[in-house]
Ligand binder design. Structure first.
Ligand code: ADP
Length: 384
């Protein structure tokens, strides 16, 4: 193991040629990497290997680290140090992921994302830790300036739109004299347009908040079936106008759908899925919303046992485009119906923030099934 401390290619006399060559190649690869690659004993007392990227990111020498593997903590921002050490000491069997700040000796601050992997011996015991650490400072700066732009833009656009809506309300109320039917219809349309724009701004803000981890989640106990019923009710007239059948299917047991989650956010996700079903399904088609509690092994991830299944017999989504579905501003048929392409992006982020997930199946010419999976009440409240 000591050979790894030597300069590339120095090797040992006893080592077979193949392994020496292998080791040489390994060193060539790791020394060229931008990310830190590290290997140390499981009690952190012995450093077996670290590549040159450590010196670039931390601004400190590797020899200091070989003398004391925990010396890397000296470069971690004082506010992050305890958390980092805590995560490393109490790693779960699958390893850990963490993000923290590094302050270089010259005062330069870097953001680092790191992942550790336990290395197991023959009997499954963890005897080493391997790790990688990446400098994500530039990426964070881009995200931050993107977030600032969205916050500034939404704020600047929201206020004049709100003011315009207020003025139109005065017109609608007849404060400037009675309106003819045509005028009143025009004002109504202008207000609906403004509401759509304000909704979009709200969704953009939600995406930005979810990305920066600032989404506020307010949990309460409620019935998922009731939430779905409300949403379906809201879309009844839109479905009727398109001659669509919109159905709700709930289980017979009354308390099977109790949930501990954020009611408004859950409704927002279901509304996005139902809205898509109604928007994209051709006139005369069918949209159904089924809420069910499923067995653990049917759920896509452990613990998410409540499902809201929104199924339509609409046009379906081509297989080669499905991977883009949850990206912001993705629209496959821009002329087909109104929409901005952010509904599914925000829905997926909200589902994640609620410990849930969204899965889907879609076949062109047959239809689409989107399922929102959420943890059931019992498990979630126990975890809290
Ligand atoms: P939008 O506001 O455009 O509906 P979404 O993010 O909700 O944005 O959906 C992204 C795109 O995915 C839509 O523009 C549409 O092309 C496609 N899509 C979403 N749901 C369905 C569906 N149920 N049937 C067919 N296409 C769909």
């Amino acid at each position: 193991m000591d050979t790894r401390r030597r300069a590339p290619g120095s090797g040992t006399l006893e080592a077979p040629r193949d392994s020496l060559e292998g080791e040489g190649r390994f060193l060539q690869i790791t020394q060229a990497l931008q990310d830190v690659v590290v290997l140390c004993s499981s009690d952190f007392t012995q450093l077996l290997f670290v590549n040159a990227a450590y010196e670039r990111i931390w601004g400190r020498t590797r020899s200091e680290l070989y003398a004391n593997p925990l010396a890397f903590l000296n470069g971690v921002h004082p506010e992050d140090r305890d958390r980092v050490w805590d995560v490393l000491r109490n790693q779960p069997p699958s390893g850990a992921e963490l993000e923290f700040r590094v302050v270089r000796p010259d005062g330069d601050l870097r953001w680092v994302w790191a992942r550790t992997f336990p290395v197991r011996g023959r009997y499954g015991d963890v005897y080493r830790f391997a790790g990688i650490a990446e400098d994500v400072t530039e990426r964070k700066q881009v995200l931050e300036s993107h977030a600032r732009l969205i916050r500034g833009f939404t704020h600047d656009v929201k206020n004049p739109l709100g003011a315009a809506d207020g003025l139109l309300t005065l017109l609608e109320m007849g404060l400037h004299g009675p309106l003819s039917e045509l005028q009143s219809d025009t004002v109504g349309r202008a207000r609906r347009g403004i509401r759509t724009a304000l909704d979009l701004i709200g969704q953009l803000l939600d995406i930005e908040r979810a990305q920066s981890g600032q989404l506020q989640i307010m949990r309460e106990h409620f019935d998922l079936g009731e939430a779905a019923r409300d949403v379906v009710g809201e879309f009844a007239s839109a479905a009727h106008l398109k001659d669509l059948s919109l159905q709700l299917v709930l289980p017979a047991e009354t308390d099977a759908l109790l949930i501990y989650s954020d009611r408004a956010r859950v409704r927002q996700i279901i509304a996005n899925l139902v809205s898509n079903g109604v928007k994209y399904t051709q006139a005369g088609g069918r949209v159904s919303v089924r809420v069910a509690a499923v067995e653990e092994d049917e759920a896509p991830r452990q613990g998410r046992r409540l499902a809201v299944v929104v199924e339509d017999n609409g046009p379906g989504i081509p297989a080669d485009k499905q991977h883009l579905l949850f990206r912001e501003f993705t629209r496959f048929s821009p002329n087909a119906a109104e929409g901005s392409g952010v509904g599914l992006a925000i829905s997926e982020k909200l589902a994640l923030a609620l410990d849930g997930t969204i899965t889907f199946k879609s076949v062109v010419g047959v239809g689409s099934v989107f399922t929102l999976w959420l943890p059931s009440d019992r498990r979630q409240s126990a975890a809290d």
